[in-house]
Design a protein around this ligand. Sequence first.
Ligand code: A3P
Length: 317
Amino acid sequence: GAVGPEPFLKSAEAVPAIPVAGLTDDPKLWVCFYQGTWVLATVVPGIISIQRSFTPRRGDVVLASPPKSGTTWLKALAFATMARGAYPPADAGHPLLRLNPHQCVPYMERLFTAGEEGLMETLPSPRLMSTHMHHSILPTSITKNPDCKIIYICRDPKDMLVSFFHFVRKVNPNISFSDLFEAACNGTSVSGPIWDHVLGYWNASKASPETVLFLRYEDMLRDPAGNTRRLARFVGQPFSPAEEEAGVVEQIVRLCSIEKLKNLEVNNAGSYGAPFANDWYFRRGGTGDWANHMTPGMARRLDAIVEEKLSGSGLSF
Ligand code: A3P
């Protein structure tokens, strides 16, 4: 049925929004505890609507990630790879040269919150879409569906936190890193607890490797071409010998590199519609910026918490 504001109001009563640590004056960044996960209060209506009404189409690919883990990069790579028939990556008219990657792959929570989910119907198959939801709160129409695939990306939680700090500092220059750090340790940061976010998709990828692909930002940096090939195989569009010969994989990697995207006019001007500006999504890239913001003691503390939570899973950072 139609989704009105009522379910949101009910859930909002049950889970009052609170400010992200250190961000007392901007409701855009308040979080709610929703079904065991900390989510931006502004997208709770969208999450509920996704849970109630999202019906995947055969061939849909959902890109899942916690914020600041390489979502933008994954969107660019998946889009360039899956749409390479229509848009050859070396083409001067490639959409990624004139659109921000977030315009090429819609963020489901925002679309469903805005009541714009009808846009999804206009996308050609195979569709690409993205979410920050934990695996545990995705609808079974996605998680129990052999015709709907998930590609997940995650990153060292310390670098994610530093990246998040720089991002929200654009909204509130007074933000305190140590407040955000405490929230990350307590599991209450946006999309937290981060260990549950990662474990949900990790376990799903172990149980069902043909429908959940688990990628890591650091692996992608080490071997972008190899991981792009994995992605292509996973979505059923492996690169042909002729494409390999023509260097298509390298063209995609180059097109989607931070150096390339960061310098495009589109990514330096305005906003694609999010409350955030396009250039906020491209900062430094790489690994290890945490060392410029955390003491060794802080790093050890967060590492120890994450390690303990992941113990026995076969996954570590
Ligand atoms: P830093 O802030 O550490 O530089 P998300 O896309 O999930 O919001 O994550 C943003 C992080 O990914 C930022 O990290 C950003 O610089 C980095 N990033 C964005 N585009 C990238 C790309 N094409 N290649 C590698 N990293 C990228």
